[in-house]
Design a protein around this ligand. Structure first.
Ligand code: GSH
Length: 308
């Protein structure tokens, strides 16, 4: 069986969420450092269009969106589950809110003028305009990531304050003694801001939150071997996708239909393929790629739309 290959880049907060879970679980895996902007010639043959970061590959199976990536990692490495059954509904709700609303808030905080002035990416004018043009293309058709800084800041500080208060009386993690997916979703947002030195003062009043953050940081990134994108593509070419057992179909969809799948919030780059599953938790489509052959692309149900 092929192992996990994480396609990610160092500065990506959602990649940090997955790296941290792989660290917590002590997983050995491979990783491809992808460019921060398009083109990504070693990723697109795998996803067939989806371009958010990160993406996880296992042979010829490709997982898009951390909601499914983290769940699949937990299924493969179930020890110390990050989806404890007694809190499952609430933990997933918190994780979803954090990965959508709070992330939106954090984007506005991270790219405020004070932080942009010291961001290494923005020191080179041509790199900065290439990044802005790339993200404009990425966000086309969506206003989701456009929250004004003045709106975002009170939401950000208010939430840090609530987390700090909770952690001062409970913990050590958000839902008890062990970290859950809610901790990892919160962690990558805090990491996104904390790693920008110009913004570190936001955290000074919150010692309990900082103690929690240090614990989360200490999980590290697991045992990672960096590989070239071409090596990942060769693994996909040499593999066949796993068969999907007991595929479910909600919403009147049927096996074999040609569909288009894309996120509902931003990153409206569709993946077109033959529907293999559209159940409560997962959408899967098969595609044939000229370069790597048959690939099955998996998405979480929540946060995605399927169009005939
Ligand atoms: N819901 C997605 C969000 C992923 C996301 O927004 N990732 C950012 C980077 S952290 C992104 O895709 N930026 C544009 C890009 O990398 O092309 C997930 O959970 O994976």
């Amino acid at each position: 069986m092929s192992g996990i290959v994480l396609h990610q880049y160092a500065e990506s907060p959602f990649s940090e969420k997955v790296r941290s879970i792989l660290g917590y679980k002590g997983v050995s895996y491979q990783s491809v450092e992808i460019p921060m902007i398009m083109p990504r010639p070693d990723t697109m043959p795998l996803t067939g269009g989806y371009r958010k970061t990160p993406v996880m590959q296992i042979g010829a199976d490709v997982y898009c969106d951390t909601a499914i990536i983290c769940r699949v990692i937990d299924e493969i490495y179930p020890e110390n589950t990050i989806y404890p059954e007694e809190h499952l509904g609430m933990i997933n709700t918190v994780a979803h809110w954090t990965d959508t609303f709070l992330f939106k808030v954090c984007v506005a905080i991270a790219f405020q003028p004070k932080a942009a002035a010291t961001n290494p990416l923005f020191q080179d004018e041509s790199a900065m305009s290439a990044f802005m043009a790339d993200r404009a293309e990425f966000s086309k058709g969506s206003s989701e990531l456009g929250m004004p800084f003045e709106t975002a800041e009170p939401h950000f500080i208010g939430h840090l304050n609530q987390l700090d208060q909770q952690l001062s009386v409970g913990g050590p993690f958000l839902f008890g003694d062990k970290p859950s997916i809610a901790d990892f979703s919160t962690y990558h947002n805090v990491w996104f801001i904390y790693t920008r030195e110009a913004l570190r003062d936001y955290f000074s009043p919150f010692e309990h939150l900082m103690a929690w953050y240090e614990k989360m940081l200490s999980f590290g990134h697991g045992n990672v071997e960096m590989i070239a994108g071409s090596e990942a593509l060769a693994q996909a070419s040499a593999s066949l996708p796993e068969e999907i057992m007991d595929a479910a179909f909600l919403d009147n969809f049927q096996a074999g239909q040609l569909v288009s799948v894309m996120p509902i919030d931003y990153g409206f780059q569709p993946v077109i393929g033959e529907l293999l599953a559209a159940g409560m938790d997962e959408i899967a489509v098969a595609r044939n790629d000229d370069q790597v052959g048959r690939i099955v692309v998996h998405f979480p149900r929540t946060g995605f739309q399927v169009v005939e």
